[in-house]
Design a protein around this ligand. Structure first.
Ligand SMILES: [Zn+2]
Length: 275
C-alpha cells in the first residue's frame, strides 16, 4: 500500500469505529425508553398504569378529559359556526426521529400556524400512531397522524387524520426513504431538509372538535382536538414502516379508548353555500 491508500484505509477504519460506538450508545438509550412506558395491556408499565409511573404523569389515570375517544354519531352535535379550518403553513427545515414509541417529524421555527377561536397555534411536529387512536362509531383504522401545534401561552391543538388501507398516501411516498432509514435506529435524528406541511392533505372540510389530552404521558389535558371526518388511505407497506419502527413488543402504539364523561363533540359541516 502506498501512503495515500494507507491514509484512506485509516479514514474508513475510523468512520466504522465511530459508527459502531454510536450504535452502541443508541442501543442503551433504547432500553431506557422502553422501560418508561409501553403499549402492552397486561404490562406493569402498560396504558392502565401510566399514571402510576411518575407523579407528573398522574393525569393519565386520574384525568376526566383524556384522549383518544370514540367519535360516536349519536353523541355528535352538528354545527356550522366553527368555521373552516384555516391552515397557514410554510415549507420549513425538518428533522425526522424514531422516538422508540413513534416516528416524529419536527419542524424548526416558522412552519406556520392554524387559528382556532382567535388563538394562533404554531405547528411544531407531527407523528404517527398505528392502528388509529381515535375510532369512528367503534371502528379503528390502520393509521393516524397527529399534527401538534402550540400557542404562545403553551396551549396545545392537535389535528388528527385517520387512514385505512387503500391507495398510497403521497406525503408518505415522498418520505419513504427517510422513514426507511430510521426504522431500526431509535433516537437517531435525521435531517430531511425543507418539508412543506401543506403536503399532508386533509381531504375534507368536515371535522370533529372536542377537548381532550395528549395520548402519551404526561397525558396533559385541555388539548383542542380536530379530527378530520374523512378517512384517507395508505398502503399496507406504508403502515408497515410505522409498525416496524415502534420498539414496543406489540409493534403498535395506540392508547386504548378513554371515557367521554360529560364532554361534547362537535362536527363542523359547512353550510351548502360555503361548499
Ligand atoms: Zn399522538
Amino acid at each position: 500500500m502506498n501512503n495515500l491508500k494507507t491514509i484512506t484505509f485509516l479514514k474508513k477504519f475510523l468512520i466504522v469505529l465511530v459508527l459502531v460506538s454510536f450504535l452502541g450508545l443508541t442501543k442503551a438509550q433504547e432500553v431506557d425508553d422502553e422501560s418508561e412506558f409501553s403499549y402492552k395491556e397486561d404490562s406493569k408499565n402498560g396504558p392502565a398504569h401510566w399514571g402510576e409511573i411518575k407523579p407528573e404523569w398522574r393525569m393519565c389515570n386520574s384525568g376526566s378529559m383524556q384522549s383518544p375517544i370514540d367519535l360516536l354519531n349519536e353523541r355528535v352535535e352538528v354545527v356550522s359556526h366553527l368555521g373552516r379550518l384555516h391552515r397557514d403553513y410554510k415549507p420549513s427545515n425538518a428533522t425526522l426521529i424514531n422516538r422508540g414509541h413513534d416516528m416524529m417529524l419536527s419542524w424548526e421555527a416558522g412552519a406556520g400556524s392554524i387559528q382556532i377561536n382567535g388563538t394562533l397555534y404554531q405547528l411544531r411536529q407531527c407523528h404517527w400512531h398505528s392502528p388509529s387512536e381515535h375510532t369512528l362509531n367503534g371502528r379503528r383504522f390502520d393509521l393516524e397522524i397527529h399534527m401538534v401545534h402550540e400557542s404562545m401561552d403553551n396551549r396545545t391543538a392537535v389535528i388528527g387524520i385517520m387512514y385505512k388501507i387503500g391507495r398510497p398516501d403521497s406525503f408518505l411516498s415522498m418520505m419513504k426513504q427517510d422513514l426507511k432509514a430510521l426504522v431500526d435506529t431509535p433516537n437517531v435524528e435525521r435531517a430531511v431538509g425543507i418539508i412543506d406541511p401543506k403536503l399532508i392533505k386533509l381531504g375534507s372540510r368536515k371535522y370533529y372538535r372536542y377537548i381532550g389530552s395528549l395520548t402519551v404521558p404526561p397525558c396533559t389535558e385541555d388539548v383542542s382536538w380536530t379530527i378530520l371526518r374523512k378517512v384517507r388511505t395508505v398502503t399496507r407497506e406504508q403502515v408497515k414502516l410505522f409498525r416496524e419502527a415502534v420498539q414496543d413488543e406489540s409493534e403498535t402504539n395506540a392508547r386504548p379508548i378513554q371515557p367521554i364523561n360529560q364532554r361534547r363533540i362537535k362536527l363542523y359541516r359547512p353550510r351548502d353555500n360555503e361548499n
